[in-house]
Design a protein around this ligand. Structure first.
Ligand SMILES: [Zn+2]
Ligand SMILES: [Zn+2]
Length: 119
């Protein structure tokens, strides 16, 4: 069991109502990040090429990455920001705690953050 998934956090995770007040997922596939409780769109409509482009933009300019996602997905400002925040940098660990993660893994085993591996 990851150390942060303590009973209090499990309890918190059960109530998603406030999460949906911050980001409108418009009924699309998403995951609530257990670490920050933000809904993160899985952006299934994007091609691999579009995902790599978003990941590359995020390395240097997260505002540019957000603007790209807003048009490409398309989605609103907050949904795009949530995606950009959870993008994992190439050859680096978890975006939140830096814990090493295998390619393609969605949840960090150490802090339970959602990670999008789009490189
Ligand atoms: Zn998160
Ligand atoms: Zn982590």
């Amino acid at each position: 069991m990851p150390r942060r998934m303590i009973p209090r956090n499990i309890e918190l995770y059960r109530d998603h109502s406030e999460s949906y007040e911050t980001v409108d997922v418009e009924g699309r596939p998403h995951v609530i990040c257990p670490q920050c409780l933000t809904p993160v769109l899985l952006c299934q409509s994007l091609s691999d090429r579009q995902r790599r482009k978003a990941a590359r933009l995020r390395e240097t300019d997260s505002v540019a990455a957000m603007n790209y996602l807003k048009k490409a997905v398309p989605c609103g400002e907050r949904a795009a920001k949530a995606v950009v925040l959870h993008l994992r940098k190439k050859d680096e660990g978890c975006h939140y705690c830096g814990h090493p993660m295998p390619r393609g893994a969605l949840l960090c085993a150490n802090c339970m953050s959602v990670n999008l591996d789009w490189n």
